[in-house]
Design a protein around this ligand. Structure first.
Ligand code: SF4
Length: 333
């Protein structure tokens, strides 16, 4: 099954959602993830026919952490229609209270039959064991049928809750609470996600083995100790580089849901280690924007997964959460 067929937003559902949440004649700021931008025109035409005005946001969209409230307001929009994700709870209430603009979320669920992949995955799980089941929002709707099938096969499936979305069994690239809560209880994790991004994050967060169902590639893989050790070695190397560094850039993002800590608390704590610190702020963080800065190490308070993107940083970079996992730094709550 190819990607384009797997994620198909339904115009009738989008229109129904707008009808319930948005006044007729409102101006809508439409935000879509990169993979869905090719559907933008068809969605716009459908919405406009119902009497709304639509502006399409062409900036990259990273998730529900990245809701373009400011741009929507400049364009005179009454509402942001965000396709592809569900709300991040603390962020959604903050947007309503502080920015006075409504965000309507339409998660795009994958059209997929996971039965053959689940059969292969079950063969990699220990017979009759307790298994945690987790996924990304795109496959959340199949969670129930998967747990039912696992029960029929004699497993005990367990599902934890996401910290940022409050949804059962859902993970984000920065929120593996659903899996972590179950890690002590289960033999392994069954994880359904397209691509490698989410599973790479999961490896770092749990200790048990992961059976990864990747519906986009029609693949099932068992991931264990070796992959985890490789990641741990990389993290330890970064911690050693931090110890040697003198000029630290503390990098924050103005994206509302990508703010993982108070930069000045971090600055004060790191300065106690004898380092010079500069607080740096950007929206989309890129190599060009960092060029020319005299910094020999970055601490990331923006999206923590940026630390894996070697194309962005010319100096070593680590997420604050990763650093404090390995190094005791005092003076921070
Ligand atoms: S991992 Fe990064 S991009 Fe994904 S939801 Fe978290 S902050 Fe946003």
């Amino acid at each position: 099954m190819i990607f384009a067929e797997m994620y198909e937003p339904r115009l009738d559902e989008i229109l129904e959602l707008l009808k319930k949440n948005v006044n007729h004649g409102s101006r809508v700021f439409l935000q879509l993830p990169e993979g869905l931008k090719k559907k933008a025109q068809i969605i716009v035409e459908g919405i406009e026919k119902k009497g709304y005005e639509v502006v399409v946001d062409i900036e990259p969209c990273f998730g529900a952490c990245d809701v373009p409230v400011a741009r929507a307001k400049v364009e005179g929009c009454d509402v942001v229609l965000h396709l592809g994700h569900t709300p991040i709870l603390e962020l959604d209430s903050q947007i309503k209270e502080m920015h006075g603009i409504k965000v309507v979320y339409y998660p795009v669920h994958a059209i997929v039959d996971l039965t053959p992949l689940l059969e292969r995955a079950a063969g990699l799980l220990e017979r009759g064991s307790k298994v945690s089941v987790a996924t990304t929002i795109q496959f959340h709707h199949v969670l129930e049928s998967i747990t039912e099938e696992l029960k029929k096969q004699g497993f005990t499936p367990l599902i934890g809750k996401s910290a940022r979305t409050g949804l059962e069994g859902v993970v984000l690239g920065c929120d593996y609470a659903a899996m972590k809560k179950m890690d002590g209880e289960v033999m392994s994790h069954l994880f359904i996600a397209g691509g490698e991004f989410h599973v790479k994050g999961a490896i770092r967060e749990v200790n048990k083995s992961i059976v990864h169902i990747n519906p986009e590639r029609n693949e099932v893989k068992l991931i264990g100790k070796e992959e985890r050790e490789k990641i741990m070695r990389r993290e330890m190397l970064l911690v050693e580089k931090f110890k040697e560094a003198e000029k630290i850039g503390i990098l924050t993002s103005t994206k509302l849901g990508q703010r993982f800590g108070d930069p000045f608390k971090v600055k004060r704590a790191v300065e106690k280690l004898g380092k010079k610190c500069f607080v740096l702020s950007g929206d989309l963080i890129s190599r060009e924007k960092l060029e020319g800065l005299d910094v020999d190490f970055y601490i990331i308070l923006a999206c923590p997964r940026l630390e894996e993107d070697t194309t962005i940083f010319s100096a070593p970079a680590i997420a604050w959460g990763t650093l404090v996992k390995h190094l005791k730094i005092t003076g921070i709550d």
